[in-house]
Design a protein around this ligand. Structure first.
Ligand SMILES: NC(=O)c1ccc[n+]([C@@H]2O[C@H](COP(=O)([O-])OP(=O)(O)OC[C@H]3O[C@@H](n4cnc5c(N)ncnc54)[C@H](O)[C@@H]3O)[C@@H](O)[C@H]2O)c1
Length: 293
């Protein structure tokens, strides 16, 4: 049986590189797409500007015998769409909006036209109401059903990206779009800052002290590719613990005294719930920051 073929956009980025390695090591054929490969990704790839519909459609229809007559390339079984400006105010708000919205539309529309029905897309924790100091959440752990609240243009692109996903799925009953609301992504280098967070919990108040290890983010993406369902669904992706040594209950009582605590919190339990991702996707985080500091 031939290997399953997955196209990864944003493949040259922080998350994309690890996703490519993770999928390769689990037996997938990968086609990497990005507008800015700084190094050879070591897999078949294409440089494409995804805000250009023609380039997006071309990338997603990379099938048949390649130009050297070497390999038979089947249609893609799944698309992992990560290409985006990944933070608020990295570039102007209007550029963030047009880049993220148009690229995401072009990927969903190209997939629809080509009959590719399995899409995993990187949404973000930002739409849950970050910064939480200013949000209207009433209880922790925060779950997927809180009202979406985009306080930056970046977060608005994630709110609207999820709406776009929902509309594409309504019109295409066979389509699946898994929207993964990734927490702040950390690689080994980032863990060097964690001792500093212990001295001042205010530093990470904004996202309720949550994080996601980049390898665990990749695992969640692979599990989302593999989980069969139809329609659009959302999943919060965090590690099991917070970035803090102080217990989660103490943090909430001191810094968010008005929030209700649902159920009992274990010592350092994440305050952005990953329970749904575990239950439906079979996600199981493996890499706590505590092993690296
Ligand atoms: N890094 C985080 O903390 C974080 C948190 C939550 C969600 N996310 C989401 O995860 C995804 C990946 O983030 P990342 O941290 O790897 O970002 P990154 O900036 O490291 O990688 C994004 C890649 O996308 C490419 N790209 C952007 N716009 C493009 C376009 N129009 N056409 C082609 N390529 C384009 C860039 O060249 C880059 O290589 C993004 O959707 C981001 O919003 C990231």
């Amino acid at each position: 049986m031939s290997k399953k073929r997955v196209l990864v956009t944003g493949a040259a980025g922080k998350v994309g590189k690890v996703v490519v390695d993770d999928l390769l090591s689990h037996g997938y054929d990968i086609f990497a797409v990005d507008r800015d490969f700084k190094e050879d990704p070591g897999v078949p790839h294409m440089t494409a500007e995804l805000t250009n519909f023609g380039e997006a459609l071309d990338a997603l229809s990379s099938t048949g015998v390649d130009v050297y007559g070497r390999a038979e390339m089947n249609a893609f079984d799944a698309i992992v769409h990560l290409a985006s400006i990944p933070h608020p105010r990295e570039v102007s708000d209007a550029d963030t909006f047009s880049n993220n919205m148009v690229a995401t539309y072009n990927i969903f529309e190209s997939a629809k036209r080509l009959g590719i029905n399995n899409i995993v897309w990187s949404s973000s924790e930002t739409l849950l109401g970050i910064p939480f100091e200013q949000s209207k959440i009433e209880a922790v752990p925060v779950t997927e059903d809180v009202k979406k609240y985009g306080s930056s243009t970046y977060a608005i692109t994630k709110v609207l990206g999820e709406e776009l996903a929902e509309q594409f799925c309504l019109h295409n009953p066979e389509m699946k779009i898994a929207c993964l609301r990734l927490s702040n992504v950390m690689e080994d280098e980032d863990y060097k800052q964690f001792p500093d967070y212990q001295k001042d919990p205010n530093k990470r108040l904004w996202n309720l002290w949550s994080y996601i290890d980049v390898r665990d983010a990749a695992q969640s993406i692979r599990k989302a590719v593999e989980t069969e369902f139809k329609g659009m669904d959302t999943f919060i992706i965090t590690n099991d613990d917070t970035v803090m040594d102080t217990s989660s209950e103490e943090l909430v009582k001191e810094y968010y005294p008005n929030l209700k605590i649902n159920g009992e919190l274990t010592e350092n339990q994440t305050l952005l719930s990953n329970e749904k991702a575990k239950r439906i996707l079979g996600y199981q985080p493996q890499h706590s920051w505590r092993e690296f500091v």
